[in-house]
Design a protein around this ligand. Structure first.
Ligand code: SF4
Length: 189
């Protein structure tokens, strides 16, 4: 199967195996709350587009969650536009690109937001717990925490990748979609 494409039924599996922490967090919050604020919808939505989720699947995906919270009518009225917009189907028809790590790290999430980079924006306690849920523990966990504390967020993410996949990531993590494709490659080899 083409690694550059993902369909609706594969998202859960892909999220568990190959999403970087920033996207896992957004994904889990969306599943839990059936809602994400604007910053989170942009960060996750464009990432999903980047991993190859087609517009129709994207609409179905967001609709299934949001309709549990705000109802499908309100979703169609208020939220579907911005998803179509991300895919260049509305407004200026710009084809928006997924955010890089640098952009995400420099974002400014406030209370109730779930976007941003967990290595920068989580409390130490929350970061530790989230990494534990990803299966990072022991010495690798301490090393990741150390990098994050010293503001080397992308390095912390790279070490997380290496701990989870058991292979080195020589280029380092610089983009969530790059993390995703490196992960898919690693699981296949
Ligand atoms: Fe996401 Fe990049 Fe932060 Fe990793 S370093 S969690 S890919 S923003």
């Amino acid at each position: 199967k083409n690694v550059d494409e993902i369909s609706l039924k594969d998202i859960d599996q892909a999220a568990r195996s190959s999403f970087p922490l920033c996207m896992r967090h957004l994904y889990e919050k969306l599943r839990e709350d059936h809602h994400l604020k604007h910053g989170g919808r942009m960060q996750l939505g464009l990432f999903l587009k980047g991993v190859g989720l087609k517009l129709d699947d994207a609409l179905a995906f967001w609709r299934a969650e949001f309709s549990q919270k705000v109802g499908s009518e309100r979703f169609d009225k208020e939220y579907s536009y911005s998803i179509r917009h991300n895919y260049g189907k509305e407004g200026k028809r710009t084809d928006y690109t997924p955010y890089s790590c640098q952009k995400i790290i420099l974002s400014n999430p406030s209370t109730g937001d779930h976007h941003g980079c967990p290595f920068r924006h989580f409390s130490e306690e929350n970061l530790r717990a989230a990494l534990g849920r990803m299966g990072v523990s022991g010495r690798p966990l301490d090393e990741v925490m150390d990098k994050a504390r010293n503001k080397h967020y992308q390095l912390a993410c790279t070490l997380t990748f290496e701990a989870i996949h058991g292979v080195s990531c020589d280029t380092g993590v610089n983009h969530p979609n790059q993390y995703f494709s490196e992960s898919q490659k690693a699981w296949k080899s």
